[in-house]
Design a protein around this ligand. Structure first.
Ligand code: NI
Length: 173
C-alpha cells in the first residue's frame, strides 16, 4: 500500500464533481486501500478520492477514535445520502486538505447512506454522531464542496489566504 500526497486547498481538483464508479477493478480496490492508509497516516477520520487528485466517487472513513478500540475502516464507492433527519447537529469540522483549520458546521444529525463496498456489495446503513458528520463531509468532497463553503465569506477567505500562504511556504521548502 502507498501513502498518496493529499491536495491542499485551494486546488481546482477539489472543486470538481467526481464521476460514479461503474466496475470494481483491482485498481480501484488498491486505490481504496491506499486511501485508508493515507488517512490513518495523516491522521484523519475520512478521506475522499478528489483529495488525492482522483475524480472517482470513492470515500473512506473510520470514526473510531478511542484508544484501544477496534478500528472500523469503511470503503464506500458511489455513496449516497438517501435520508436525512430534520434534527441538526453542530460539530467542529476540519479537513486534511485544509490543515489545522477548524470551524463549526451544522448538518443533519442522522443520515441513511447507500454505497457499494470493497467486494461490490450494495450496503445501506444509518449513521449518527461523528459518523454522520464525517460521511456527509466526505460525500460533499465528491461534489466539489468543502466544509468552509458553509462558513461566512469573510471567514472562508481568511482560511483560504492562510492555505495559500502554507502552500507557498511548502513550495519553497
Ligand atoms: Ni475533508
Amino acid at each position: 500500500m502507498t501513502i498518496r500526497p493529499i491536495l491542499i486547498h485551494p486546488d481546482p481538483r477539489l472543486k470538481k464533481t467526481a464521476e460514479p464508479v461503474s466496475d470494481l477493478s483491482d485498481a480501484l480496490r488498491t486505490l481504496a486501500d491506499d486511501m485508508l492508509e493515507t488517512m490513518y497516516d495523516a491522521p484523519g477520520i475520512g478521506l475522499a478520492a478528489p483529495q488525492i487528485g482522483v475524480l472517482d466517487r470513492l470515500i473512506v472513513l473510520d470514526c473510531v477514535k478511542e484508544e484501544g478500540a477496534t478500528p472500523r475502516p469503511l470503503i464506500m464507492f458511489n455513496p449516497e445520502v438517501i435520508e436525512s433527519s430534520d434534527d441538526k447537529n453542530v460539530y467542529e469540522e476540519g479537513c486534511l486538505s485544509i490543515p489545522d483549520q477548524y470551524a463549526e458546521v451544522e448538518r443533519p444529525a442522522e443520515v441513511r447512506v447507500r454505497w457499494i463496498d470493497r467486494d461490490g456489495k450494495l450496503c445501506e446503513e444509518g449513521f449518527d454522531g461523528l459518523w454522520a458528520t464525517c460521511v456527509q463531509h466526505e460525500i460533499d468532497h465528491l461534489n466539489g464542496t468543502l466544509f468552509i463553503d458553509y462558513l461566512k465569506p469573510l471567514k472562508r477567505q481568511m482560511i483560504t489566504r492562510r492555505m495559500q500562504k502554507l502552500k507557498r511556504e511548502r513550495a519553497r521548502a
